[in-house]
Design a protein. Structure first.
Length: 158
């Protein structure tokens, strides 16, 4: 079942209205309905902090809701000590290690150079970004998505 239908089913199971969820998320009812009606709306149009709130309200584990597999559980990717840094410091450290300017990283991701500058200053910058945009940044920096969305795997705690 697609995530949008799982969200709708859970909301109905909990007896919550679209208006209640929209109010909790701080979005319009139309925007919330788009989440339930369109498969990709949650990833493409909703900010990370709102997805985290929605996940909590509906009782979903966020990695499961977003269909993000933990690369650390089965040793698909090494867990670097750098991943423990605040996101802003991690992004800057990995960018510099790769020899990329803010402009070059912006060109490789879904962000402008001024956004890269902002995320290197503010550890919570990505909370106001969409999963698709963060995913592009994740691929450009070769940092696992779950590290950039700041969610630990419930199995391995990484």
């Amino acid at each position: 079942m697609h995530m949008n239908k799982r969200i709708e089913a859970r909301r109905l199971e909990l007896g919550l209205s679209e208006q209640q969820i929209a109010g909790t998320l701080g979005i319009s009812v139309d925007s919330y309905c788009d989440i339930e009606w369109h498969e990709d709306e949650l990833r493409r149009a909703i900010e990370l902090h709102r997805i985290k709130t929605l996940s909590g309200v509906l009782g979903f584990q966020i990695l499961e809701l977003l269909a993000v597999r933990c690369p650390f559980c089965n040793n698909e990717a090494p867990y670097w000590d750098e991943y423990r840094l605040p996101r802003n410091e991690l992004i800057k450290a990995v960018r510099l290690k790769a020899g990329l300017s803010q402009q070059e990283l912006g060109d490789r991701s879904d962000f402008h150079d001024y956004a890269i500058e902002g995320m290197e200053r503010d550890p919570n910058y990505l909370e106001r970004s969409t999963i698709d945009s963060i995913s592009d940044l994740s691929m450009a920096l070769k940092i696992p998505l779950q590290v950039l969305i700041d969610i630990k795997c419930p199995k391995c705690q990484r």
